[in-house]
Ligand binder design. Structure first.
Ligand code: NAD
Length: 383
């Protein structure tokens, strides 16, 4: 079985799907590794290091001609979809629920698509394959570093001969994987950290990392399926917003990470709340995307300063800004997934097995994922 590692071509994407350290176990399982020239450049991994680890460097055309399995980080774009051929498999963060049309195209080309973002996250044996978590972890860490960098004061309490610096008050909204990493990182920098989430079980997790859990006057339990949050009702949202506005006004830094699967991110920091913040305060909106963000004033991909001097940073693709670490973790996720599916040196899909059942989106000319098929059905039953 030949596994081909492509060079990512999406703008600002510096990650790579496999790193040299991840090759050993795949080669031991009978795979040959093909690396597209320069695939690791963005993560500062030269072709030579892949060659030393046993890979063969190839051109893009050779890769698509020879590989049985193409591994990547982001979903393939036009030319990459064109280059994939029948019988070939592609593995990456394919976002089938956001772009079901791509899945339909891959199915009609008889490509097997396997999406790492469809891993059953509560299955403990799948934890090493959970790329959403590994990448959110990097994002949560980097969001705090960005905030500290933009904030014009110290994070820790500092007593010097020239005076005393008060510690920064940092609020983390959304205590999932990214939020927990953000709490830990802000605490390590010496900030006074508080955190809030609509899933009450997160209170203990936040406290164990040294954050104060913010209890709003209106108790909301929005625990949804699979450990995720559900969308709030309009009444819950109004109550939450009024309470949160008060809390936000006392913060120097707010980092937002709140997501609800398949929905627009909830607005947690309204324009009114931003108006109540002090000049020089910082908001980092990790949820900002084309769908909107957690802050009403966020402009995705930009940093803006409001009339009252609040700096709002809305970074896109934070994991790609730390490409060596994010690629190292991603490579572990993808090699664990592959090793789970490889038997006698070939990809052997067992649809009775939970991870395979959840992650294989297209196979044998059809969209086999039920969740993706449902999204395609109203558009004319493409699947
Ligand atoms: P996510 O990115 O979907 O959302 C981030 C956080 O935002 C969540 O904690 C969510 O509750 C919160 N949120 C949503 N709406 C909100 C609102 N209106 N106000 C405040 N907060 C709001 O979450 P994630 O980081 O992907 O994690 C999702 C779940 O998956 C968590 O329960 C996590 O523990 C779980 N998980 C489990 C495993 C495992 O068991 N192996 C592995 C990874 C993640």
């Amino acid at each position: 079985m030949k596994i081909g590692v492509v060079k990512e071509r999406a703008p600002n994407e510096r990650r790579v799907a496999l790193v040299p350290d991840a090759l050993k176990s795949l080669i031991a399982a009978g795979a040959e590794i093909l690396i597209e020239q320069g695939a690791g450049d963005g993560a500062a991994i030269p072709d030579r290091l892949y060659a030393d680890a046993g890979a063969r460097t190839v051109t893009r055309d050779e890769l698509y001609r020879e590989a049985d399995v193409v591994v990547r980080v982001q979903k393939p774009d036009g030319p990459d979809v064109d280059s994939l051929r029948a019988g070939q498999a592609v593995i990456g963060l394919l976002q089938p629920l956001i772009d079901p049309g791509l899945m339909s195209r891959l199915a009609s080309k008889k490509v097997t698509s396997i999406s790492l973002d469809a891993i059953p996250r509560t299955l403990s044996r799948a934890q090493s394959m959970d790329a959403l978590s590994s990448q959110a972890n990097v994002g949560g860490y980097k969001a705090v570093l960005i905030a500290a960098n933009v904030y014009g004061r110290y994070f820790p309490l500092l007593t010097t001969a020239a005076g005393t610096a008060k510690p920064a008050n940092v609020l983390i909204l959304g205590i999932g994987v990214a939020g927990l990493q953000a709490i830990g990182t802000a605490r390590r920098l010496g900030a006074v950290v508080s955190a809030y989430d609509v899933r009450p079980e997160t209170a203990e997790q936040a406290q164990s990392l040294g954050a104060k859990f913010v209890k709003l006057k209106t108790a909301i339990d929005a625990t949804g399926a699979g450990g995720y949050a559900r969308e709030l009702t309009p009444d819950e949202r109004a109550a939450q917003q009024a309470d949160l506005n008060e809390v936000i006004g006392n913060q120097d830094v707010v980092i937002t990470t709140a997501q609800v699967p398949g929905r627009k991110p909830p607005v947690l920091v309204t324009a009114e709340a931003v108006r109540g913040m002090r000049s020089g305060s910082v908001i980092v909106d990790m949820a900002a995307s084309a769908l909107g963000g957690n802050c009403e004033l966020s402009k995705t991909g930009e940093t803006i300063t409001t009339d009252n001097g609040v700096i709002i940073v809305s970074p896109e693709n934070l994991p790609a800004t730390m490409p060596a670490s994010s690629s190292q973790f991603y490579a572990r996720n993808i090699s664990s997934l592959l090793l789970n599916m490889v038997k006698a040196g070939a990809l052997a899909l067992d649809f009775e097995e939970e991870v395979t059942k959840a992650t294989v989106i297209t196979h044998g000319g059809a969209v086999v994922s039920e969740a993706t098929r449902k999204l395609l059905a109203p558009a004319g039953g493409n699947a």
